[in-house]
Design a protein around this ligand. Structure first.
Ligand code: ATP
Ligand code: MG
Length: 330
């Protein structure tokens, strides 16, 4: 069963100069109990999509077209009142910066209890019981619910925000770069914890990151984004073991030894596409080793290649490159 369906989403930000076309015709869907990844470099539109699904788009942002269906309900254009019933209770959020999202003058237990009682008519004792429960799920000592945010380390604070996201037993949890800013060992621990939680709770998860490895470890399906466009989409295993798009290959940096191809394909030099206009050709063409004038004729449509979908006019070249990279005789 589909839980969330994003269809042809286009989002722009109004600025004093030109509009920014941050998300350009993005579609994907998340099934019940699925873990879905959105991956791509900084500025490709990941957080813009997340904020739209949560009804938290910045004031200058506008959904130009498209739809976000959650359990058959359209979320685009809900009123703030209607959002109150959806946010936290049905779709919750693990923010990037745990410190900024916690209230420094309130104990962490009281914050989670308050969030629960704002949405559910339960006694203080029942809410506290749930707080202790979610503390245990994320591997925190329930005795520490009476501590303040500053009494926790960065990784522990991130666990508190994960506990908060779980508190109301939502159907979908959106985690926007949940490990960014933490040191590597703590990052690994948070990922392990997320994996355990995925096993333990029935919620679906939308995990947003620039880290291909994190998605490969935690997600069933993935969309690879660039310049507000989906470049490749499908089962995580297919997309990362058998990439069919030059951008995915470059992002993953998996084939540094292939020297009969332009090395530039690997490190992806060059700058991000100009988002002040709607894309007029393939958004990746300026950085792509395979691009020709054909790539100026509009962004390539997503087409089936292998088990996944890929937006590229030259899928055969990518296949050749991948095969050369994986064949030990070449
Ligand atoms: P990161 O990995 O750095 O978090 P991201 O993929 O989440 O990046 P977004 O934050 O969605 O990217 O931004 C997409 C584009 O929209 C970027 O070019 C960004 O500069 C621009 N943008 C984001 N928010 C605004 C805003 N409020 N006003 C104008 N432009 C914005
Ligand atoms: Mg972001």
């Amino acid at each position: 069963m589909t839980l969330l369906e994003v269809n042809n989403l286009k989002i722009t930000y109004e600025t004093s100069e030109k509009d920014i076309h941050a998300v350009n015709d993005v579609s994907f869907s998340i099934g019940e109990q699925d873990n879905y990844g959105l991956v791509g470099e900084s500025g490709c539109g990941k957080s813009t999509i997340a904020k739209t699904i949560l009804g938290l788009l910045d004031d200058n942002g506008k959904v130009q077209s498209g739809s976000v269906q959650f359990k058959d309900r359209e979320l685009v254009d809900l009123s703030e009142n209607e959002w109150q019933d959806v946010r936290w209770e049905e779709i919750s959020y693990i923010p990037q910066s745990a410190m900024d999202s916690l209230d420094p003058v309130m104990t962490v237990g009281a914050q989670i209890r308050q969030a629960i009682r704002k949405h559910k008519d339960v006694s203080k004792a029942d809410a506290d019981e749930r707080v202790a429960e979610v503390f245990e799920i994320v591997g925190l000592d329930p005795a520490r619910t009476s501590d303040y945010p500053h009494e926790f380390s960065g990784g522990m604070r991130q666990r508190v925000t994960i506990a908060m996201a779980l508190a109301l037993d939502p159907d979908l949890i959106i985690a926007d770069e949940p490990t960014t800013g933490l040191d590597v060992i703590v990052q690994d621990k948070i990922i392990d914890k997320l994996l355990e939680i995925q096993d333990e709770v029935d919620s679906s998860m939308l995990l947003i990151t620039h880290d291909v490895g994190v998605v490969a470890e935690t997600c069933d399906e993935v969309s690879v984004l660039y310049g507000g466009k989906v470049m490749e989409q499908g089962a995580t295993h297919d997309v990362f073991t058998n990439p069919t798009n030059p951008y995915t290959m470059g992002l993953q940096n998996a084939f540094p030894e292939v020297d009969e191809f332009d090395e530039q394909a690997i490190s992806i030099p060059g700058s991000l596409p100009d988002l002040t206009a709607e894309p007029s050709g393939c958004v990746f063409r300026n950085r792509c080793p395979f691009s020709t004038t054909e790539c100026e004729d509009g962004h390539p449509p997503l087409t089936a290649n292998g088990g996944q979908l890929s937006a590229c006019y030259y899928p055969e070249d990518v296949d050749t490159m991948r095969e050369a990279a994986t064949d030990p005789d070449t």
